[in-house]
Design a protein around this ligand. Structure first.
Ligand code: GLN
Length: 261
C-alpha cells in the first residue's frame, strides 16, 4: 500500500514536470529582444518606485498585447541599443529614435509616432542665447544621437569643442556643473526635464535649427533593413490600432504630453 502511494506521487510529479516544460517552451518561441535607452524621459526612464516606464515602454506593451507577441526590453542606452541592433543582439529599437534620411539607408522604420526636433539647452543661469555664444567653449553631446549630429554640424562654424556622453543625465550634469556650456537634446525630452527642474533652459527652437539646415524628424520603431519584417509588420499594425482606438493619446497624457499625431 505504501509503495503504491509512492508510485502514484512520483507519476503525478512526472506529469507536472512535463506539463510545465511544454508550457514554458511554448512561451519562449517568439520572444523578441527590443533594445532601448536608459534615461530619456518621458519616453523611457525609471520612476520613483523603481519601475522602468515611459511612453515608449507603454506603447510597446500596448502594441505587443494588441498583436499577441512577447518581448524582452533591454534598457542599455541609445548608442548601445543601435549597436545591439546592428550586431543582431536585438531585433528592434524603440528609444525616441529619430527617423532620419541617413538612418533609413540602414534601418526600416515603422510609421512616425511622435514629432520631434533637436535644440540647444544651457544652464538656467547662463547668458548664452544662441549658437554664437558657443565660441571657444565646450559643448556636451550624447553619443550617436541626432543632437550630437547637430553639434557636429555647427562645431566649425561656431568654433566650439564637443565632449561626448553615453546618456542624457550625464550630459545635463556636465552643463549644470559647468564642464560644458551647452548641450544638444531632443525638444520634447529637454522640455520635460526642464519642467522637472533639471537646472537647464532651452535657448533655440525649430526655426533656429532650420536656419542652420537641420530638419525636425519624428520618432519611429527600427529594425535592420530587410530583417525582422514580421516584427515590424506587427508593430506597424499595432501602432495604427492604438492610434485609432485612443490608447496612444491616453499613454501620452499619462506623462503630461499631448499626442499630436
Ligand atoms: N532622437 C534622438 C536620436 O534619434 C535621440 C534619441 C535618444 O537619445 N534616445 O538620435
Amino acid at each position: 500500500m505504501k509503495n503504491l502511494k509512492k508510485i502514484a506521487v512520483l507519476a503525478l510529479s512526472a506529469v507536472m514536470v512535463l506539463v510545465c516544460l511544454a508550457g514554458c517552451s511554448k512561451k519562449e518561441e517568439a520572444e523578441y529582444i527590443i533594445a532601448t535607452d536608459t534615461t530619456f524621459a518621458p519616453f523611457e526612464f525609471t520612476d520613483e518606485s523603481g519601475n522602468f516606464t515611459g511612453i515608449d515602454v507603454d506603447i510597446l506593451a500596448a502594441i505587443a498585447q494588441d498583436q499577441g507577441f512577447t518581448y524582452k526590453l533591454n534598457s542599455i542606452g541609445f548608442d548601445a541599443a543601435v549597436t545591439a541592433l546592428e550586431s543582431g543582439q536585438a531585433d528592434g529599437v524603440i528609444a525616441g529614435m529619430s527617423i532620419t534620411e541617413e538612418r533609413q539607408k540602414k534601418y526600416d522604420f515603422s510609421d512616425a509616432y511622435f514629432q520631434s526636433y533637436q535644440c540647444m539647452a544651457v544652464a538656467a543661469d547662463s547668458d548664452i542665447k544662441d549658437f554664437s555664444g558657443l565660441k571657444g567653449k565646450n559643448v556636451a553631446a550624447k553619443k550617436g544621437t541626432a543632437g550630437a549630429e547637430m553639434a557636429e554640424g555647427l562645431k566649425d562654424k561656431y568654433s566650439f569643442k564637443i565632449t561626448y556622453f553615453d546618456d542624457s543625465p550625464m550630459m545635463y550634469e556636465a552643463v549644470k556643473t559647468g564642464t560644458a556650456v551647452a548641450c544638444f537634446e531632443d525638444a520634447p525630452v529637454i522640455a520635460y526635464g526642464c519642467a522637472q527642474g533639471n537646472g537647464l533652459k532651452v535657448v533655440t527652437d525649430l526655426k533656429a535649427a532650420e536656419a542652420e539646415g537641420f530638419k525636425g524628424s519624428p520618432y519611429g520603431f527600427a529594425v535592420m533593413k530587410g530583417e525582422n519584417t514580421e516584427l515590424l509588420a506587427k508593430f506597424q499594425a499595432g501602432l495604427q490600432n492604438i492610434i485609432s482606438n485612443g490608447k496612444m493619446a491616453e499613454i501620452c497624457s499619462k506623462y503630461g504630453v499631448t499626442y499630436e499625431g
